[in-house]
Design a protein around this ligand. Structure first.
Ligand SMILES: Cc1cc2nc3c(=O)[nH]c(=O)nc-3n(C[C@H](O)[C@H](O)[C@H](O)COP(=O)(O)OP(=O)(O)OC[C@H]3O[C@@H](n4cnc5c(N)ncnc54)[C@H](O)[C@@H]3O)c2cc1C
Length: 252
């Protein structure tokens, strides 16, 4: 609230970030106020089968705590390295599940600091996007009872899949492109164009999963943007598919 007031008083643009796991910030930075959701906004409470969760709670912690409490619905998100607020705004998901399936209510603050509750019916979720505006503060999630041991076993399996199938421990912003409609994923299309390992400056297409572009240590945002353009052009030329960005580019 105070950050929004500051932005308004000074006529500055503002953005909200969670863990920054789905953003690419341009080399010139963001010329305004960055509101970071984290500790202090990470409430977690179970009321029956409803989880009440603060936007700043990391999604993997939500997945583990609900699984330990014996509730299913978000257990598969154990490897999504963002916050619950970022996850709901992006309608994050994996392994056939996404936030839209469990959200029952979202509390948002608009640019003037006004807080309101939106029911699920008032929110439109699509693949990796939503029509939410302003700042997600809190959400209610409708879960279902399931034995903790079963949920934890599944989480172990999914985590092992991530370790083998993605460069999960290297700096990147997750899936660079959205999966296009149709049979082939963005990663498969990029791989079939022979681009795994292709490098521009310090930015490289992962050799493990072609939709992950990793920072080898000294990549600038400009390197990553050039790599994105190169991939987009190459895939369009060779396959006829125009890839759309999933990660958010921030800055002017
Ligand atoms: C290794 C890796 C693996 C990943 N795997 C997956 C996956 O399996 N599935 C998947 O869907 N994603 C995946 N991602 C992408 C990313 O983790 C998710 O999109 C995540 O939900 C983003 O959360 P965040 O808090 O980091 O958001 P940020 O990156 O901080 O922000 C992303 C967007 O959300 C907005 N935002 C953030 N918080 C709020 C808020 N409280 N209110 C309103 N808007 C907000 C920001 O303005 C920005 O536009 C992966 C990323 C990495 C690096």
């Amino acid at each position: 609230m105070r950050a929004l007031e500051l932005a308004q008083q000074r006529g500055l643009p503002w953005i909200v970030l969670g863990l920054g796991s789905n953003v690419l910030v341009k080399d010139t930075g963001f010329p305004g106020v960055v509101i970071r959701m984290g500790k202090g906004l990470d409430r977690f409470e179970m009321k029956g089968a409803t989880a009440i969760v603060g936007a700043g709670m990391p999604t993997p912690i939500l997945a583990r705590r609900t699984a330990e409490a014996g509730f299913a619905g978000v257990e598969r998100f154990v490897g999504i390295p963002g916050t619950v607020g970022g996850g709901i705004y992006m309608n994050a998901g994996c392994h056939g599940a996404e936030f839209s399936e469990v959200v029952t209510e979202v509390t948002v603050m608009d640019g003037r600091g006004k807080v309101k509750q939106l029911s699920r019916k008032q929110i439109s979720f699509k693949y990796r996007s939503s029509n939410l505006e302003g700042i997600v503060l809190e959400a209610k999630l409708g879960l279902a009872e399931e034995p903790p041991a079963k949920l934890k076993e599944l989480q172990g399996k999914l985590f092992r899949w991530r370790k083998v199938g993605t460069p999960f421990d290297q700096p990147c912003c997750g899936s660079t492109f959205r999966n296009p409609e149709g049979a082939k994923s963005a990663g498969t299309l990029i791989d079939e164009c022979g681009l795994k390992g292709f490098t521009i400056g310090g930015a490289m297409i992962s050799t493990v999963h072609a939709n992950y572009f990793i920072n080898k240590g000294n990549a600038t945002a400009s390197d990553v943007l050039k790599l994105i353009e190169h991939v987009r052009k190459t895939v369009a030329k060779k396959t006829g598919v125009t890839l759309e960005l999933e990660c958010k580019v921030i800055g002017s």
